[in-house]
Design a protein around this ligand. Sequence first.
Ligand SMILES: [Zn+2]
Length: 205
Amino acid sequence: MNDSKGRGSSRNGALFLENLALEANWPGPLKKPAAKKFANEYVASRRVSELAGGFKRMSTLHNMSNWVEKERFGLPEYLLRTCPASLREGRRLKTKFRLGCHDLRSSSCRMQLVRNAQCPCCESRESETIQHTLFECTAFEEEREVFLSRLYSVRPLARQLNDEYRCRLVMGHKLPREIEKTLYRYFIAISKLRLGILTEQGEGS
Ligand SMILES: [Zn+2]
């Protein structure tokens, strides 16, 4: 029997904790409040690094890494606010876009459900990304105009943003609350229109 065994389970338990402390760069013996604070900080740092690692590893999280604050814990602000039942579908769509698990070809293609990621709603031959759908696709111009005119009246500076940054604004946390409902209405409208176009083409997804 080696040294770590045979001295009873409490010795093994202590060894386990010692190794854990070593791994976490524990600065030596600590009193309870200090130990608690240190443990919390360690857990928080591990969660952040795991999330950041996921951003690199998982392609569906690629967009999310541009839009979310990596240091945030708990629910993002837009999910904490009350949302009328009629607009919840729009809010759900925002979350799906943020998570990369939406119906657009740029996501479903990755999951090998369709042959290519080309936008089925217009003639541009562009990949059907979130940015293309929300800000570029000609199929949704009317709905987009309604949304953008409201956005510019609330945030005039948004006029100067390019589509990539406009996308970051609507997907991120700094979207003014006054524009939130208009955004959800926009998401719901284009999602319905898109489904209509696909149904006409005989696909329906
Ligand atoms: Zn398009």
